[in-house]
Every structure is written in C-alpha cells, then in structure tokens.
Design a protein around this ligand. Structure first.
Ligand SMILES: [Zn+2]
Length: 345
C-alpha cells in the first residue's frame, strides 16, 4: 500500500494513482487527518473516498503510532492516549472507541485498532504491560465497533494489532487473545522501531501459526524491496511503507537491478531509463540524465516522476510474488530475491 498520509500520496495525482499505477488500496493516516482538516469535515464529503475522489480501497491506521512518534507530550492511561497536537499544541484524547469513530467518519474500508507501540528496546515487564493494555483496548474497541457497525450502511473491517515488542512469547500471547475477536483480518505492529531487521522477521514469524490462515495479515510499516518476499514467506499479505515515496523524493530509486542514487555523477549523461525492465511512465519517457538534471535543479517534476517509478517497482514486486505463488514457484523466487544485489553496479 502506498502511504497517503495527508489524503494524498506526495507528488502523485489521482490520475497517476488510478490510471498510471492502478493502485488497488491506499493508506491514510488518522492522526494527521483528525488534526487537519478534521474527520467531521471529511465525513461531510462522504468520507475520504469522496474527499479525495478515490474509488479504490482505503486503509487507515488508528492514529496511535503517530501519537507515539510525533507528539512531544502524551500520557497513556487505561482510558487511552492523551496528546498535544504537533501543529498547534491543542490537547486531545484518543480512546479505543474514539479512534473507531474517527475512522468510521473517514469511511475507511479497513480500520485499525488503537494499540500501544512501545519504543525499542523496552524491558520484558514493560513490554508485557503494554501488550496487555493493547489487548484490553482491542476488546473494548471491538465491542464499540460491533455496536457502530449496525448503524453504518457499508461494511468496514477493523483489524486488531499484534504487539509484544521483541519478545516471542508476548507476541504469541497477544495473538492468542486477539483471535478470539474473530476479526476480518489481523495486523502485526510495533515493527520498524529501530530493531535489527532479522528481529522484525522473527517477530512476524512468532504469531504466524496462530493467526487464522483465511484472513489477511498486515505487517505495518515495512519494508525494503528485498524484504517483501521475506514477509510473504512468513504469511504476510499486506504491507505499507513510506520508503518508496520518501526515498524517491530524496533521489533514491529502486530498480529490478538494485538501488540507484540519481545524484551519482555517472548518470549525468546516461541515456538509459531508470530501469530497463520497468514499464512505468517515467521509464518509458525519460532518461537517467534528464531525471538527474531535474533532481539537481530542484524541479517539482522530479518528485512526481521518481515516486511514480518507485511505487510501480513495489507493486511489480508484489505482482511477481503473487504470480510465483500461483505458478508454485515462490520458493525459487524467494531464493533469487535473497541473492539480488541491493546496489546497482
Ligand atoms: Zn519505472
């Protein structure tokens, strides 16, 4: 899922997303949209779908992660998490029920449960207390969701989030309790918080055999292109990450032959496309030399062209993975992806 923090994927138009990239699902950030322009305003436009004029699916997070990462002042109580807006200092409270209400207003197809995302590292007892609170929040949030679902015409899914920091047994205990909610899907959260990458994979693996195989599983906030098959190999169906969009704007492009830094002087007069095997608009239309020039000149168009390509690369990887699964060739695909060079030579 491309990340559309402020009801937009930075640098891309609706036409880019819908027609050039055929993005089936986007992610929106509840924390940002709640603060600005406000979920009630968006609800007035028929939710995010109406506001953005976006016909495909939308997933929103609960806002909790941004509270933990952006808000300088926050207090966690049994009731929820109180915080100060990073925009104007106003105080707010997110509770398991209120974050469901906000996401119902946003009209998300997939909503996320409020969870506590502990920093890394934490002690075992801190991780356990935090995980247990996440489970209690999930139970109360889910009760509220079931009540509200009766009034909403369009079904909206709510995914609880497996937490437990980097402790295998806590992750398993969390998953075991969350599956009792019989939700439409489950997320694995608390990853990409500074832990070594092998540990992120191990934590996904921890709850792999417990989560129901017939429901989608979403690993939140991962990963590098070469890691996507690794997550799929551990049962993950969905991922989101700011890397393809953020890196694009910084001149870091992902290609089928490895990563490419457009700042590099050797691309100054390179007439080739970014990726000879990519069929995106950018690769069909422009040379590395032209893109490097746009980047060096600080032109707005660079962000658009680079983001278009990076998102296409991520969608292509997921398409390749699905294809290899259908053909029964995923183990070979996984092996090949592990030996691929990260840097273009
Ligand atoms: Zn391309």
């Amino acid at each position: 899922m491309p990340v559309g923090t402020q009801a937009t994927v930075k640098g891309l138009s609706r036409h880019n997303l819908l027609h050039d990239l055929a993005v089936p699902i986007l992610l929106g950030n509840t924390y940002h949209l709640f603060l600005r322009p406000g979920h009630k305003l968006i609800e007035g436009f028929g939710g995010l779908h109406g506001f953005m004029n976006w016909p495909n699916a939308i997933l929103t997070d609960s806002g909790g992660f941004q509270v933990f990462s952006l808000s300088a002042i926050r207090t966690i109580t049994e009731e929820g998490v109180g915080f100060q807006s990073h925009l104007n200092g106003d105080t707010h409270l997110f509770t398991p029920a209120s974050t469901v209400d906000v996401q119902l207003s946003l009209g998300s197809d997939i909503m996320m449960m409020l969870d506590e995302c502990p920093p890394y590292p934490v002690t075992y007892s801190q991780a356990r207390a935090s995980m247990e609170r996440t489970v209690r929040w999930a139970q109360s949030g889910y009760d509220h969701y079931l009540l509200r679902q009766n009034e909403t015409p369009k079904p909206q899914a709510l995914f609880p989030i497996v937490q437990g920091s980097m402790f295998r047994d806590l992750r398993r205990a969390c998953a075991q309790q969350l599956i009792e909610l019989d939700a439409d899907g489950y997320a694995v959260g608390g990853l990409s918080v500074g832990e070594p990458r092998p540990v992120s994979l191990e934590m996904v693996e921890a709850s792999q055999d417990l989560l129901p195989p017939d429901r989608p599983r979403y690993a939140m906030g991962v990963g590098m292109p070469e890691e996507l098959p690794q997550y799929v190999a551990r049962g993950i169906d969905m991922m989101d990450c700011v890397l393809p969009t953020r890196n694009a704007r910084n001149g870091s492009l992902f290609t089928s032959a490895g990563r490419l830094n457009i700042k590099n002087a050797r691309f100054r007069d390179d007439p080739r496309p970014l990726d000879e095997r990519c069929s995106c608009y950018t690769c069909r239309t422009h040379s590395r030399a032209y893109l490097r020039h746009l980047f060096q000149a600080g032109e707005i168009l660079f962000s658009t062209l680079a983001t278009l390509h990076n998102i296409r690369r991520y969608l292509d990887i997921m398409r390749e993975i699905r294809q290899s699964i259908i053909l029964g060739q995923f183990p070979e695909y996984l092996r090949a992806s592990q030996s691929a060079p990260p840097e273009l030579s």
